[in-house]
Design a protein around this ligand. Structure first.
Ligand code: ADP
Ligand code: MG
Length: 587
């Protein structure tokens, strides 16, 4: 074996690969530089989704000619000068490698002018090795300002076919750019942004308040209410300041609309993503995500932003704390405001107090949940039926209430599923009791594959804890003699088969299987509960008024009343104005 030191141009291209993956990486780095330079206007212009040209113009502080020359050198930065500075970084850049990396993989030219100088200077690079002296050029204004910087990047990866072929279509690359620009724009609402591709305007955002910017970016064209919440309006000062803007009515099939901003830095962090998604798990259909922006402000010494070359991930020194804080803010927000379902609010739900929510319908016990674990907070949800008048039932499915300025509809099936689900959950997970059983007149047998047999017996124990009576019957079948009473007996065979399939596909950890006093696993529980939902009142069963009221009372005793466990809404409101539109009483 012979060790070689790589020639600089090879080493540079390798290092550049860590920072520059696609046009959006360049846009992110250039726009972050513009923001660090104090720009209040940033324009991004693309040709062919950025593959042919990326141009970024800003009205920031600009660079002196000697800095222009230095800026493209690796580890050239004006932002930190000692290792100690790393602990208190306020700027977005600090590694001093973005411009050097871009130079290694594309043709880069920059024109810049500072406030102090009369002249603008231009530099053109072809690789990092021989950077020519900047030349004075005549250049008018940078977005209406005499100072600023214009950077053009052309022919990305033109010299590196291996990287070029990993780029997607211009349309897909444009989408990436747009997504990054949206995140950066949300993190910096005081700055104006525009994005053009092939002369078509994709984004045009004027400086604005944070919540307006959030709405502009999250809502696309939709007319959904934006809910904003923070954890610092309360009395005790939190160590991590959080605020969230949430497009309450909307869910999205992508995580693209889940924006994370930590200390002003737009990031894509797995931990934050998980923390933000956890409270929504039961509220959304599988594959649907909330539309949400989370801002985290934390002491810079409690995080490390230098764990990833593109600085898109962050290390939190106390991950448990950040997880808990986010979870509790979002849980509170959901409890107050409901889950994603189109619910135009005519009265701000915040005006309802917890007190109000329990005054409606005289139901006996309002708080029968005794959380076994203190962190498991129980929130009171505002009961939207408070003060509303029963107005009948339609299609044997929806219960109608007249609330003066709104018609409120309840999907009785979805509501029942939610109630069933939470009742089971309380019994099994919180109280650790086995739910009441229902003996089957005719036991149901379920066929088992040969290869599933090992491990079957120990897994069946879990089902006993959930209220099933089950035993191995033959080499290829098991027999159910009892099911939880809440299950009912509708299409039982299919549901039992589903349950066994899930049970077998689920990877139990060895020590769980051996240890009898194991905690019920949530995942298995959810399978059980979602199968249980099949037996809830079917749409089509007619309910009496008193039954409807009892159902609503029980629904709003639930921790998550706004959705069934599969994410369908339980309650929808139609404002009176909609009716007036339909009947053309209003123009
Ligand atoms: P970093 O941002 O980590 O310092 P970069 O390679 O991105 O490294 O930029 C190098 C330096 O070039 C910056 O530290 C800054 O001084 C200067 N610079 C880059 N872009 C701009 C800009 N748009 N306006 C003013 N100065 C800039
Ligand atoms: Mg930078």
């Amino acid at each position: 074996m012979k060790i070689q030191v790589l020639p600089p141009f090879v080493a540079e291209k390798i290092a550049a690969g860590e920072v520059i993956e696609r046009p959006s990486s360049i846009v992110k780095e250039l726009v972050e530089n513009s923001l660090d330079a104090g720009a209040t206007e940033i324009n991004v212009i693309l040709k062919n989704g950025g593959i042919n040209l990326i141009e970024v113009i800003d009205n920031g502080c600009g660079m002196h000619p000697e800095d222009l020359e230095l800026s493209v050198k690796r580890h050239a930065t004006s932002k930190i000068s000692s290792i100690n500075d790393l602990e208190k970084i306020k700027t977005l850049g600090f590694r001093g490698e973005a411009l050097a990396s871009i130079t290694a993989v594309a043709e880069l030219s920059m024109i810049s002018r500072t406030v102090e100088t009369e002249t603008a200077y231009e530099i053109r690079t072809h690789g990092n090795s021989d950077v020519k002296k900047p030349e004075a050029v005549t250049f008018g204004h940078f977005l209406g300002s005499p100072h600023g910087t214009r950077i053009q990047v052309e022919g990305l990866f033109a010299q590196i076919p291996a990287r070029l072929k990993f780029l997607k279509s211009p349309k897909a690359e444009l989408t990436h750019v747009r997504e990054w620009l949206e995140r950066l724009a949300l993190a910096n609402p005081q700055t104006g942004f525009s994005l053009k591709n092939e002369d078509k305007t994709i984004l045009n955002l004027r400086p604005q308040e944070e919540n307006n910017r959030a709405k502009a970016i999250l809502a696309d064209e939709g007319d959904y209410p934006l809910i904003s919440m923070d954890n610092f309006s309360s009395d005790q000062a939190p160590s991590i300041r959080l605020r969230a803007h949430w497009l309450q009515g909307m869910s999205s099939p992508q995580t693209r609309k889940l924006i994370q901003i930590v200390n002003g830095r737009a990031i894509r962090d797995r931990l934050l993503m998980q923390a933000a998604l956890a409270p929504f798990r039961q509220l959304l259909m599988p594959g649907q995500f909330p539309v949400l922006a989370i801002f985290v402000d934390i002491d810079p010494s409690e995080i490390d932003v230098n764990v990833h070359p593109t600085k898109t991930e962050i290390r939190f020194y106390d991950t448990g704390k950040i997880f808990r804080e986010i979870r509790s803010l979002l849980d509170g927000m959901i409890a107050k405001q409901g889950a994603p379902a189109f619910v135009p609010l005519s009265v701000s739900a915040q005006q309802w107090t917890a007190q109000d929510s329990f005054q409606n319908f005289s139901h006996p016990i309002t708080s029968f949940i005794t959380p076994s674990d203190q962190s498991n907070l129980v929130f009171a949800s505002p009961n939207p039926f408070h003060g509303a008048r029963f107005a009948g039932m339609v299609f044997n499915t929806y219960i109608l209430y007249d609330h003066g300025d709104e018609l409120i509809l309840l999907d009785q099936h979805a509501a029942h599923e939610r109630v069933r689900y939470e009742t089971l959950r309380k019994q099994i997970i919180l109280n650790g009791t086995i739910p009441p059983k229902q003996e089957l007149l005719l036991p149901e047998s379920v066929h088992i594959m040969q290869e599933e047999f090992p491990g079957l017996e120990s897994r069946l124990k879990f089902l006993e804890k959930l209220g099933f009576g089950v035993e191995i019957f033959s080499e290829s079948s098991i027999l159910f003699r009892a099911v939880p009473a809440a299950w009912g007996t509708d299409s039982l065979r299919v549901r039992l088969k589903n349950l066994i399939d899930k049970l077998m596909s689920y990877e139990l950890q060895e020590n769980h299987v051996q240890n009898d006093s194991v905690l019920m696993d949530e995942q298995l529980f959810e399978t059980l509960a979602s199968e249980a939902c099949h037996s809830a009142v079917r749409a089509g069963d007619s309910l009496e008024r008193s039954e409807a009221e009892a159902l609503i009372a029980r629904l709003f005793d639930c921790e998550h009343p706004w959705n069934c466990p599969h994410g369908r809404p339980t309650v929808v409101k139609i404002p009176r104005g909609k009716f007036e539109e339909w009947f053309q009483r209003k123009i």
